[in-house]
Design a protein around this ligand. Structure first.
Ligand SMILES: Cc1ncc(COP(=O)(O)O)c(C=O)c1O
Length: 430
């Protein structure tokens, strides 16, 4: 075991004093990590004091501006050079962080009057989850999530971080979110430290919770926190905003969790990835329901972790997201995309739920996001997937024995009937 660096020790002391819940949740690495006062702090000092020559930055300049290649600059002629080629701050562009925070406050009325940190920018949501795994997850930690999940959680939290996954059935008998199963699994885990992950709108089913389910989830977490456990609740909001059904909750569960109990640390992971239609730009955010005094040492720890892997998210990607969010056509264009996705979602639900297909599959409830998921009565979803691909040139995702996920988000509305008719034909021919 290495000795703790005095800077890490100082951050731990600050964190322990600022938030008694956060410190015991940290992993061994989380306790060890810190941001060295090296090149970054010397550069920051020079940026304010070096009036004649600044020879600190590991970049190249030319007549006072960034050296660059015209061949790439011509592709983005209107952006400032710094916003394309310059290094972004480790935790992200300050204006983008402020803009995303304002976006979260606008879209989540429950956050009004609550404590919300300045979002930290990550290189996509996957990077955000990896950072959370590094900061909070140790070998054998108890990690609670439903049986239907986005598969990457397993790779990040189980395979990489070594957590013990404890799962509960996502759906109850009435095809609603299994709030009872969620409460039960919380009751049966006796650990002092708990890690929970929830994702609505949900991948792979497209399920979104209603306000009553949301309250039951919060109540179960509070009940568990009352026993003295410290709980990190990660909310994956990849598909935030893409709600198509009037009955479901149209904001993040995160808003209800902030301030729900002193032992609960809620963290929201969301991103430009799906919300801003910018999958490959790799810009996402981590926001905590924590006071500034706790965020200061925590941000130092995030800075250390980010510095040690990606060193920061792409500058030009952050600039593109920020400028898009400030542009006059932004809201209108987002609404247009939303309407298109909504029309596809409603069509996919109607077509997939046609009585003619009832003997072939059950359709999991889908109210939001990108997906609809079929539970095939004949089983062998993988064989169906392969046949669809080989005989009909149609790509779908098989999950487990019986589930077939269809991303209607990338189907034209006019093709949706054909897609489900073809799936039916393949199942019948097997
Ligand atoms: C539920 C969920 N979370 C996170 C992600 C990953 O986002 P990113 O591409 O930003 O890593 C996805 C991508 O499919 C997803 O479905």
């Amino acid at each position: 075991m290495q000795n703790l660096n005095p800077l890490a020790s100082e951050l731990n002391t600050q964190l322990r004093a600022a938030s008694p819940a956060v410190f015991p949740l940290l992993s061994k690495l989380g306790k060890r990590i810190y941001l060295p006062k090296g090149i970054l702090s010397q550069t920051a000092e020079a940026n304010t004091k070096a009036h004649r020559f600044n020879a600190t930055r590991a970049i190249a300049s030319e007549v006072g501006d960034l050296m660059h290649l015209a061949v790439s600059r011509e592709l983005v002629p209107t952006l400032p050079l710094e916003g394309i080629y310059g290094y972004a701050p480790v935790l992200g562009q300050p204006e983008l962080r402020e803009t995303w925070k304002a976006h979260l406050l606008e879209k989540n009325p429950s956050l009004t009057g609550s404590t919300l940190s300045l979002p930290i920018v990550t290189s996509g949501m996957t990077h955000g989850f990896s950072l959370l795994a590094e900061l909070f997850v140790d070998d054998e930690d108890t990690f609670i999530l439903p049986d239907k999940i986005w598969g990457n959680y397993r790779l990040i939290f189980q395979t990489k971080a070594g957590a013990n996954l404890h799962t509960y059935p996502f759906f109850n008998a009435a095809s609603g979110f299994n709030t009872h199963g969620f409460r039960e699994i919380l009751t049966h885990t006796t650990n002092e430290k708990l890690l929970i992950l929830l994702n609505f709108p949900h991948n792979p089913t497209g399920y979104a919770i209603n306000p009553m389910e949301a309250q039951r989830i919060v109540d179960a977490i509070v009940m568990r926190a009352d026993t003295g456990s410290r709980i990190l609740v990660m909310i994956d909001d990849a598909y935030a905003g893409l709600w198509y059904d009037a009955e479901v909750m149209r904001e993040s569960l995160f808003g209800l969790l902030v301030g729900c109990h002193p032992n609960v640390v809620p963290v929201k992971i969301d991103g430009a990835t799906k919300e801003e239609y910018a999958w490959g730009l790799r810009v996402a955010f981590i926001s905590f329901g924590l006071e500034e005094i706790a965020m200061q040492p925590l941000e130092q720890k995030f800075s250390g972790l980010i510095r040690a892997n990606t060193s920061g998210a792409s500058q030009v990607s952050q600039t593109l997201i920020l400028e898009a969010m400030r542009a006059s056509g932004y809201a209108e264009q987002k609404q247009r995309n939303y309407e298109i996705l909504k029309a596809r979602a409603l069509k996919a639900k109607k077509v997939a739920s046609d009585a003619a297909y009832a003997k072939l599959w059950e359709v999991y409830p889908s109210h939001a996001g990108y997906f609809i998921c079929l539970n095939l009565k004949s089983g062998d979803a993988e064989k169906v997937r392969q046949r669809l691909l080989e005989k009909h040139g149609m790509g779908t995702i098989s999950l487990g024995e019986t589930e077939l996920r269809v991303a209607y988000s990338c189907l034209e509305e006019s093709d949706i009937e054909t897609v489900f008719r073809t799936i039916a034909k393949v199942i019948e021919a097997l």
